[in-house]
Design a protein around this ligand. Sequence first.
Ligand SMILES: [Zn+2]
Length: 414
Amino acid sequence: MTQQLVRIRPDRLMKTIQQSAEIGKLPNGGICRLALTEEDKEMRELFRRWMEESGLDVRVDDFGNMYGRRRGKNNNLPPVLVGSHLDTQPKGGKFDGILGVLGALEVIRTLNDFGIETERPIEIVNFTNEEGARFQPAMLGSGAMAEVFNKQTVLHTKDQDGFTFGEELERISYKGLQEHRPSEIFCFIELHIEQGPVLENERKAIGVVTGIQGMTWLEATVSGRTSHTGTTPMKRRKDAVRLASRMITKMYALAEGIPDLLVAVGRISARPNVINTVADEVVFSVDIRHPKNHIREQFEKTLKEELSMMTLVEEMELQIKDLDRIGTEPFSAEIIEVMENAAVTQGCSYKKMISGAGHDAKYVNRIAPTAMLFIPSINGVSHCEEEFSEADDIEKGVGVLFETVLSLANKQTL
Ligand SMILES: [Zn+2]
């Protein structure tokens, strides 16, 4: 007998997402549901109820992260953890993060529908304050759970009105217990919208995410000499804008030949910033990203050498400050393979890709094998009310999530 393919229920899933979209609803289809506000509390209560109705054992840890546990055949085995976040940006969309949590709930409901028992327990999770819109930095709940952040620092983090994370957790009654953090995690899976245009452009249903892309942030200060724009011959000038603009052009030209490299000068300022004065100083930022650390590092080195040479030739000065440097966070090769097979089983086209944005998976990856699934974002937009994903893609994404979780929950090892 051939085994019947288990399908999720898209009507139920979309209804659940729609109910979530009512909490903190904005006029143009988006949501404002900042972490630890009344709206967040209301959403949490609803999510808790849904988890309980699905027979899950609900618990909350000391950072307000919510877990719902579905028992397996062997409850001594570490669980498969699956989820994302229910908080939003001030003008957020209704799928960012939410799909990952409510998709996980749909996975549980489907397992229940078909009476499927798994070897391992499965836990679904809603991480607190992923967006970083109210409390910075972003991904505070998952980072704290993974012990990337210090507990006291997290609890004392203030929003712009001076309310602390810890006080607000207590106010909405979601300050749980430290022993409610997962003691051991077999693996973590997060489904998310892509927030970029790649899947839509390439007409792929699923992104199998191989990691979170690393980045380097630099700040270059080019120093010349101020002089009168009407009286100083061009040859005698030490024009910081002229040199800086050549440097920036050089940087983009260098980057053009390197596949998958992303560079940008997003911030720039000139001094004294006056129309009839040659600028004596230009400060500009450089943002470099590439899936491979060594290529990003090599580019940074080459760029610094080129810019130094240009400065020497012009007899001017250049200082480059290293602002930040974060390595690419590679996900588990074993889980990536499981996801590829899951996409094939569900009949979905897929593409292996890196994530340009940070996600809860980034920090959970530090303590457990992790990987992510993406679905297309229409026009690649997010963090705005226009954020949208097609119902068909949502169904496929959660279908592949189901297949992935089911297969991992029956695995002995990775
Ligand atoms: Zn998100």
